[in-house]
Structure formats: structure tokens, C-alpha cells
Design a protein around this ligand. Structure first.
Ligand SMILES: [Zn+2]
Ligand SMILES: [Zn+2]
Length: 355
């Protein structure tokens, strides 16, 4: 059995391997580390009901829960986040962006359980085995939740896939093609098919990672826009993060307890050295003070006005000359990379449903 230091070593080692060998699977190591931490933290603790604890949670103070009470605690936490930030209401048509991973799957499952009107949405990005396996798992998630899931085939829509850029490298890293395409299509599909809101699986650790990155680089305008909710603005549909106050390890514990199927590998094109850069930093801090992550986020939301950029420096939104959707340039990033005008009909033709 590996101990925590071995795993940390393996984790760092994988970063190095990653540079030479694209098939190394860093996400499994990351997940193993989280799992190990969960097990270590709850040794010999008991739930308030007297049963052995499965996991701990923050509710004002630190509390330990058995399986049954952990599930209750977790769902209550999501409900409170939704109410606190006024993220969703019962009447809205909610589109949940599903990647195949645990975070979006848990959001989909819990929102459905809480009675929201959810529809799943998955984009088949056409990235080899990663996309094939993700689609298979999304099918299992749809079955478990008992709701239909829409799938958009990117290759059918634009005639190319992200892999085509790998053989023909340009200035951008692969992840940016993926990010631009996902952001654009979540919004475009929601807008064209009359959804009120898009839910993504971003959680507390994602948010901390983003804040650290943008503080270190002093990207003020990104910081000001960051938060649990982006309101509707013209052709931008409302976007919310229902897992905003939830740590990744809490989500993983819940997914494993309920047996929610999720893809445990990671994208073969992803550069995890970048995306998980601040993971250990926050982990170390929260070992000393379990409240530190949520305190930092709450403080950020309270003070983020200080990052507000003057109107003169703000990039004004206009309509993309090709697709007509909002952008700060003449042509939006999606139209610029795929070089194809997408109509509402094109979108509908590249969609299929899984029940
Ligand atoms: Zn209990
Ligand atoms: Zn465009």
C-alpha cells in the first residue's frame, strides 16, 4: 500500500513522465491521493448517531458523518448553496454540462434528486479513447438519473476534431480549443433550445485554482467576473456553479457512496501540470485550518469589487460577424478556430439523445 508521501512522489513523477509519454494517467494518482486522505482523516471517528464515520464535513464547525448522514449533509449543502446565491428556481429549464467525470455527474444527480427540471448535455469532442469512454459513462449516468441526455458530435458539427490541431500545431495548446468549444457550445445550445440556465461541475478547488492563477498573473478583469453565478446578458445564458462551496474530496466521497459511474482517467491531451498546479498548496493549508478554503472564497466574494475595471478599460461586447453571438473581437474565438458558420439547423442535426 502506498503512503501519502509515495503518492506525492508518484504525482510529481507523473508530471515528468507526462512530458515524454502522453499515455501516463495522472488523474488516477490524483484521485487515489484524495481517496487516501479521506480514509486517513476519518479513522476512529463516529457520527452523531453512533455509527462509524464515513466522512467529515464543514457545517459551521467540523462534523463527522456515517454514510446515511453524509448523504444528507452533502445534499443539504448543495441546496443551501443554491438558495444562498439564488442560483436556480423550480420553474427554470436547467442544462447540466456533463463531461463524464465525477463533478458534473454529481451535480446532475443531486439537482434531479432536489426536484429541478434538468437535462444533461455532453459534447463528443472526438479525442480518441478519452471521448469514447466518456460517452459510454455518460450513457450510464443518464440511466442512473433517469433523465435524457443530449449529445453533440463536434466532428459532425464542424467537420474536424481537436485532434486535427495536434497534427497541425498552431500557437494554442490543445486545452484551449477544447475550452473555447465547450464554453461556446454550452451557451449556444442553451440559447437556441431555450434553456434558462447552464450548470457546470466547477467546485471549490477549481475556483481556488482559478483565483490563484489569476492573482499571480494579475488578470484583474477575470477576477472581477469570477463567482458562483454569471447572470444572463444578451445572448449569454445564465451560468451557475452549484458545487461552488463543495470540495473535490467531498464530491468524490458522495459519488463513491451513491455508486455514481464516472470516468476515472483523464484527457490524453490535457496538461495537468497546469490545471492542478495549486492542489497541494491548498491541501497543506487546509490540513492546518479546515476552514481556510471556504474562508478565502467568502472573503473574495465580499471584496471582489476592488477588482472592478474602469469602464474605459473594459472590453465592450459586440456581435460576432460570423455567428452573431457576443464577443469582444470582430470574430468570436469559436468561429475563428473552426472557420465555419454554424446555424441553428446545423446544431440540431449534430445532436442525438440518449434515454
Ligand atoms: Zn449517522
Ligand atoms: Zn462566432
Amino acid at each position: 500500500v502506498l503512503n501519502e508521501n509515495d503518492l506525492k512522489f508518484k504525482f510529481n513523477k507523473n508530471f515528468e513522465i507526462k512530458k515524454n509519454n502522453s499515455s501516463s494517467n495522472i488523474c488516477n494518482t490524483h484521485l487515489n491521493l484524495i481517496d487516501l486522505k479521506i480514509k486517513k482523516e476519518i479513522i476512529n471517528k463516529k457520527c452523531f448517531c453512533g455509527k462509524l464515520a464515513y466522512y467529515k464535513g464543514l457545517e459551521g464547525k467540523l462534523r463527522y458523518f456515517c454514510k446515511e448522514h453524509y448523504i444528507e449533509y452533502f445534499e443539504r449543502k448543495i441546496k443551501r448553496t443554491i438558495e444562498k446565491y439564488k442560483l436556480l428556481n423550480d420553474k427554470e429549464r436547467v442544462l447540466v454540462a456533463l463531461s463524464g467525470g465525477k463533478d458534473s455527474a454529481v451535480a446532475f444527480f443531486v439537482l434531479n434528486k432536489l426536484g429541478y427540471n434538468v437535462t444533461g448535455f455532453h459534447i463528443n469532442l472526438g479525442i480518441g479513447e478519452y471521448s469514447k469512454k466518456s460517452l459510454e459513462i455518460v450513457k450510464e449516468q443518464a440511466k442512473l438519473v433517469g433523465k435524457s441526455v443530449m449529445v453533440l458530435d463536434l466532428k459532425k458539427l464542424v467537420g474536424k476534431t481537436i485532434e486535427d490541431f495536434i497534427n497541425n500545431p498552431t500557437k494554442r495548446p490543445a486545452c484551449s480549443y477544447c475550452g473555447i468549444s465547450k464554453r461556446y457550445l454550452f451557451n449556444r445550445i442553451a440559447y437556441e433550445l431555450n434553456f434558462d440556465v447552464v450548470v457546470t461541475g466547477h467546485h471549490l478547488d477549481d475556483e481556488l485554482n482559478f483565483l490563484c492563477h489569476n492573482l499571480i498573473n494579475w488578470n484583474l478583469e477575470y477576477l472581477y467576473k469570477q463567482g458562483p453565478k454569471q447572470e444572463k446578458e444578451g445572448k449569454f445564458v445564465k451560468k451557475v456553479k452549484v458545487l461552488y462551496e463543495t470540495e473535490e474530496k467531498e464530491i468524490m466521497a458522495y459519488a463513491n457512496l451513491i455508486n455514481i459511474p464516472y470516468y476515472k482517467g483523464c484527457c490524453e491531451l490535457a496538461d495537468n501540470q497546469k490545471t492542478k498546479k495549486y492542489f497541494f498548496f491548498w491541501d497543506r493549508l487546509s490540513e492546518e485550518n479546515p476552514q481556510v478554503k471556504i474562508q478565502f472564497i467568502k472573503g473574495f466574494l465580499k471584496n471582489k469589487e476592488i477588482f472592478k475595471v474602469n469602464k474605459e478599460n473594459q472590453k465592450e461586447l459586440k456581435e460576432c460577424e460570423i455567428c452573431g453571438f457576443p464577443t469582444s473581437r470582430d470574430i468570436c474565438s469559436f468561429c475563428a478556430i473552426w472557420d465555419k458558420k454554424i446555424t441553428k439547423e446545423d446544431l440540431k442535426e449534430s445532436l442525438f439523445w440518449i434515454d
